[in-house]
Design a protein around this ligand. Structure first.
Ligand code: ZN
Length: 496
């Protein structure tokens, strides 16, 4: 008999007497079932053997959840169910689908690439989800909690919007509470499966890394070709306890996955290095794992590098690695790509010492790391955040102030999403045009003309280029010129 469906059509009450009409099963996990209701709230009913231990806990979670910032994106209990049920009521994230849709390819679908690109939003969408999930967990962590049971079953994402929600807060721990479960098989950290540590922020980060790796490459980091013919229970135990080598381990060939050899193109070098640190050095030594912030940055950098194939009928996404790079799906190379790079400009006593490698007369300064903000723009609209210039700004202030994309004619259009003054100039610095704050239907974006040289996008007006110079650091300049300040601009170059 299908027990979980028995509740459909029934009315359940919370302890404040509110009614909920159960309409459908949303998801099912080891500890219980999540239902949809006609009232548009979700209801979680605990069906585990430990369910009585959870009754008090749900009240605690309801209180804690109301104190945490909304950026955690976790659906905490908003009410607790009346007996005989052990469970709670939570908000439903409307229009969100299970992350499983992006992680597990249905067996009936043969064409991996069609599923990856057309059915599930491709590479950009996956990197966006990876970023949002790391951000959400990070908010939880910096408030002193660990999530404990991260898996695709507990994460819901919007197909259209930049939005994500985590359901099932049952096992969240603040350190004082010892979770009743280990987590989800294939996603738990080895020290949990081996019972040598309790759940913490670093075990969460491990589960996150497994999830991100699977979502991007379609492979589990520890399941190789040999697992196909092996006993599934032994495979699961070996994966959970960390007995196998990472399939991407550059120095081990003991556990390889032939699918991964095709899908590793979906990892940038930066992401590949973070996974290596997690699954090789960090597998047994949790302190060597990267942080969620490192994963957030790597997802953001990777997204900025994604280009979309502009060959007829092919929209595949891949990383821009130089103009010679070719589409993994149709083997053609991109017709036109705009490369945007954030740069530093030093101003002192009204003069601007400007490092520009796009202009013939000026040399780049080699004292600043210019690889912070790099973006390749093709067909998709991309957003430039404040962190494009400065990665150390706080998460909460990392807003988008500019959107860029290619017009139908293949030119670059810039939309000012902020109230700041933004100017675009040509390569000779002779034609400054303001990019007015964008209002749909009222103002137009500024379109960059085809021009063999670079264009410059400045974050303020009245730019006057006076000097070319090389120097070591601002302190050195200040010795010569007095006070100096650094401001930011973007070079726009066109290839193709
Ligand atoms: Zn293509």
């Amino acid at each position: 008999m299908n027990k979980e469906k028995d509740l459909i059509g029934q009315i359940i009450h919370d302890t404040d007497g509110r009614e909920y009409h159960v309409t459908a099963v949303l998801s099912k996990g080891g500890q219980g079932i999540v239902y949809r209701t006609a009232e548009e709230f979700l209801i979680k009913i605990n069906t585990s053997l430990d369910k009585d231990k959870y009754r008090e806990r749900y009240k605690w979670l309801q209180k804690r959840g109301s104190q945490l910032p909304k950026e955690t994106r976790i659906a905490f209990p908003i009410a607790v169910l009346e007996e005989p049920w052990v469970g709670y009521v939570m908000m439903e994230a409307k229009g969100h689908v299970s992350l499983n849709d992006y992680v597990e390819k249905p067996e009936e679908i043969d064409d991996l690439w069609d599923w990856y690109f057309n059915a599930t939003g491709g590479l950009s969408k996956r990197l966006q989800i990876g970023y949002l999930l790391a951000k959400s967990l990070r908010y939880l962590h910096i408030n002193g909690y660990a999530y404990v049971d991260l898996s695709p079953n507990n994460v819901f994402v919007s197909k259209e919007k930049n939005s994500l929600a985590i359901i099932d807060s049952d096992n969240i721990t603040s350190g004082a509470y010892r979770p009743l479960i280990d987590g989800t098989n294939y996603y738990m950290a080895p020290e949990i499966a081996n019972k040598t540590a309790v759940a913490s922020t670093v075990t969460d980060t491990y589960s996150y890394a497994v999830l991100l790796f699977k979502m991007l490459t379609t492979c589990h980091p520890f399941i190789g070709d040999e697992a196909e013919d092996a006993n599934p229970e032994i495979v699961q135990e070996s994966v959970d306890k960390g007995k196998l080598d990472y399939i991407g381990d550059p120095v081990s060939s003991s556990n390889k996955n032939s699918n991964f050899e095709n899908t590793k193109i979906f990892l940038t070098d930066e992401l590949a290095e973070l996974f290596r640190r997690t699954f090789v050095e960090g597998k047994k030594e949790s302190s060597r794992r990267p942080t969620l912030m490192e994963f957030m940055k790597a997802c953001m950098h990777a997204r900025n590098r994604v280009i979309q194939c502009d060959h007829n009928g092919c929209d595949a996404e891949y990383y821009y690695t130089g103009y010679k790079c070719i589409c993994p799906l149709c083997d053609s190379h991109i017709k036109k790509v705009y490369l945007l790079q954030s740069r530093n400009m030093v101003k002192t006593r009204g003069k601007i010492l400007i490092p520009v490698d796009g202009s013939q007369d000026m040399k780049p300064l080699d004292v600043y790391a210019d690889d912070i903000g790099f973006m390749a723009v093709t067909k998709q609209l991309k957003y430039i955040n404040r962190s494009f210039f400065d990665e150390n700004i706080p998460l909460e202030s990392d807003v988008s102030f500019l959107a860029v994309g290619r017009t139908k004619e293949g030119k670059l259009a810039a939309y000012n999403l902020s109230k700041n003054v933004i100017t675009i100039n040509n390569s000779k610095m002779s034609k400054a045009r303001p990019v007015d704050p964008y209002k749909k239907g009222v103002t137009k974006p500024v379109v960059v003309d085809d021009d063999p040289g670079a264009h410059f996008l400045f974050l303020e007006k009245n730019i006057d280029v006076t000097t070319e110079c090389e120097f070591i650091d601002t302190k050195q300049i200040e010795k010569f010129y007095g006070s100096a300040e650094i401001s930011k601009f973007i070079t726009i170059k066109q290839e193709g």
